[in-house]
Design a protein around this ligand. Structure first.
Ligand SMILES: *Cc1c(COP(=O)(O)O)cnc(C)c1O
Length: 382
């Protein structure tokens, strides 16, 4: 068995064609010929299965240490398919700072179908345990929260879940299997918005689910085929290709993020930096034990004297945009952009002030990125 970085490139072998092509072809076929009317065919219709998509599904299953992967047309389609395995009346505990789109899916969609939810700070294992009810079926969270990078221990939650026969579901978008493999820490279902680091180039919307246990795999497959939010062959190929460079991209994201954190913590215009790599917090302690690195997202509070809107608009290399995880650096103002749907009270509850800035650190030259931040900060000096 080869190691992770080799598996990124060669993990799943491409041997189903006679051309010698080193990559799986993009199979643009919605249907497949039966050799006879009663033939037992592997492929019959492309919603149910497509060889290009299947390659990506095997690739992500291998990298996450699972047995089956499933590719969807978006991260939210993946999350929809995962929640769709539950029955009306089931109760799910969800992290209180999960991705806004997931929160909307749960509150404005699944509640109508009689799923019950309780939001809990999943860093607090005792609070999670206290929220368990007789009809609880699962605990759902993101290891690093957005945008403040609070860290939850997958091990701690999975332990509680196992004691109570609950599923542990982890959205691993921020970390990717390069930095954490939740199944190996006891999780049952891993979900990705592959739109972010796995794709890595801001050119495709995609989602993935991985499981280890066979029966769970059947349930997710049923959801995928029945709901139909599958990933196209072209987009499956883009994510497949993105995954091959995940390791080298992630190493640069990590190195650049560390340098930027170092720069920001020394500037008087910055009131606070949020990054799990900074020592002295519970977040750092957990991340150090369970992750191979601290990620490429860095958030910070600007000092009160700095106009946050003017600051983000004065950056040049950091493009002003939501989303994250791609080769180019992005900056956003959460209270006006990614978290604009939250009420003033909810923003305050989440710790998102009008001074909070989120960076998705790209793979450019670190000096250039720091130079861009420096010129924007310097522009506020009289
Ligand atoms: C972006 C994101 C999603 C949603 O994924 P889409 O591909 O946009 O549908 C879910 N979870 C997290 C953590 C995300 O960042």
């Amino acid at each position: 068995m080869t190691n992770f970085d080799t598996n990124l490139v060669h993990g799943v072998c491409c041997s189903d064609n006679n051309t010698g092509a080193v990559n799986v072809p993009i199979y643009n076929s919605s249907t497949y010929v039966y050799q006879s009317a009663d033939a037992k065919v592997k492929w019959d219709y492309a919603r149910s299965g497509n060889p290009t998509r299947a390659f990506l599904e095997e690739q992500i299953a291998l990298l996450e240490g699972g047995t089956r992967g499933f590719a969807f047309s978006s991260g939210l389609a993946a999350i929809h398919a995962a929640f769709a395995i539950f029955e009306p009346g089931d109760h799910v505990i969800i992290g209180d700072k999960i991705y806004g789109g997931t929160f909307r899916l749960v509150n404005q969609y699944f509640k109508k179908w009689q799923l019950e939810f309780t939001t809990v700070d999943t860093q607090d294992a005792a609070a999670v345990e206290a929220a368990i009810k007789p009809n609880t079926k699962a605990i759902y969270f993101e290891t690093f929260t957005n945008p403040l990078l609070r860290v939850t221990s997958v091990k701690a939650i999975a332990e509680i879940a196992k004691q109570h026969h609950l599923l542990t579901i982890v959205d691993n978008t921020f970390l990717t299997p390069y930095l954490q493999q939740p199944l190996k820490l006891g999780a049952d279902i891993v979900i990705h918005s592959a739109t972010k680091y796995l794709g890595g180039h801001s050119d495709v919307i995609a989602g993935l689910v991985v499981v280890e246990e066979a029966e769970l795999g059947e349930k997710i497959y049923f959801s995928q085929n029945a709901l139909g939010g599958v990933l196209s062959p072209e987009d499956s190929n883009l994510i497949r290709r993105g995954i091959q460079t995940l390791g080298v991209r992630m190493d640069r994201h990590l190195a650049n993020a560390a340098k930027i954190v170092d720069f920001l913590t020394k500037r008087s215009e910055i009131a606070k930096v949020y990054y799990p790599g900074i020592e002295g917090s519970v977040d750092h302690e957990i991340a150090q034990k369970e992750c191979r690195g601290f990620g490429g997202i860095v958030s910070f509070d600007l000092a009160a004297a700095i106009d946050s809107k003017a600051f983000v608009e004065r950056l040049n290399l950091f493009k002003l945009a939501v989303s994250l995880g791609a080769v180019e650096s992005l900056v956003e103002l959460p209270y006006k952009m990614s978290h604009a749907e939250l009420s003033a009270a909810d923003l305050q509850d989440c710790g998102i002030s009008t001074q909070l800035i989120r960076l998705s650190v790209g793979i450019e030259d670190a000096q250039d990125l720091i130079g861009d931040l420096a010129q924007a900060l310097d522009s506020f000096k009289k």
